[in-house]
Ligand binder design. Structure first.
Ligand SMILES: Nc1ncnc2c1ncn2[C@@H]1O[C@H](COP(=O)(O)OP(=O)(O)OP(=O)(O)O)[C@@H](O)[C@H]1O
Ligand SMILES: [Mg+2]
Length: 249
């Protein structure tokens, strides 16, 4: 059985003349939460879009669940973009139902049941029939997560999923993500918060399109070599001093 969810080899990508992903090689095991951390513009969203197949590599390769990303592999993938792409005039229910249909949940009863289930999961049941335009930012974020998970994909890409969530809901999201990985799903999560990072089994720190450090939160903290190093200290250390591809093991 293939135990690798993502395999990236010597991946580079440019927007025009700007090199945004610079010779990244990476393997992500199945069944873990894998965190992407880096400053604004480090390339996290671009890397996620390359893994999902929304962007094509300039050089190098991406294998997603053993195959190059394609419309055929899309059903096994859930993608929550950094900015929610929802239909604001449709209701919460209609948005999630729309995504359920494009992901191939055809049987009416099963689909209704699953849409209801994810609405409850993101705690929006009372807003089920409210149009998305009338929701707060955090609520839109929750609808966006529901759309990404409605087809119960084995591989989930979440681009800054906890931005704008209140602390209680953030805890709730991570409990749910923990249940997903325990059930064998793989989560790839970008974030700026060390709270999110601490929930991940493995992390990379990115700077200017490069992976400058990779390891577990404990390995990354330990690599700084000073007592009582927090994950935030480790992040700042690597961002300021990290050599390209420090593989912390
Ligand atoms: N459509 C685009 N056209 C041109 N340049 C782009 C485009 N999208 C992103 N970029 C550039 O690519 C680089 C990486 O952007 P990306 O969105 O991947 O960063 P990020 O790590 O996700 O940042 P953030 O934390 O702000 O979300 C930045 O320099 C950005 O300006
Ligand atoms: Mg981004």
């Amino acid at each position: 059985m293939n135990i690798t969810a993502i395999e990236i080899k010597n991946l580079s990508f440019n927007y025009g003349k700007l090199k945004v992903i610079d010779d990244v090689s990476l393997e992500i095991a199945k069944g873990i939460s894998f965190g992407l951390l880096g400053s604004n513009g480090a390339g996290k969203t671009t890397l996620i879009r390359l893994m999902v197949g929304l962007l094509k590599p300039k050089t190098g390769s991406v294998f997603c669940l053993g195959k190059p990303p394609s419309p055929a592999t899309a059903r096994n993938i859930g993608y929550m973009p950094q900015l929610p792409s929802l239909y604001s005039e449709l209701t919460v229910y209609q948005n999630i139902d729309f995504f359920a249909r494009i992901y191939g949940l055809r049987a009416h009863n099963t689909r209704n049941q699953r849409v209801d289930e994810v609405i409850k999961l993101v705690d929006l049941w009372p807003k089920k029939n409210v149009s998305v335009s009338q929701l707060s930012g955090g609520m839109k974020q929750r609808v966006s997560l529901a759309c990404a998970i409605v087809h119960n994909p084995p591989l989930l890409f979440l681009d800054e999923p906890t931005v704008g969530l209140d602390p209680e809901l953030r805890v709730h999201f991570w409990e749910y993500f923990g249940n997903l990985t325990a059930a064998g799903h793989t989560l790839i999560v970008s974030s700026h918060t060390m709270d999110d990072a601490a929930h991940c089994q493995k992390l990379i720190f990115m700077r200017e399109g490069k992976v400058i450090a990779l390891g577990t939160p404990d390995e990354l903290r330990g690599a700084v070599g000073k007592p009582n190093t927090t994950l935030e200290d480790a992040f700042l250390y690597f961002i300021r001093h990290g050599e390209v591809k420090s593989h912390v093991q």
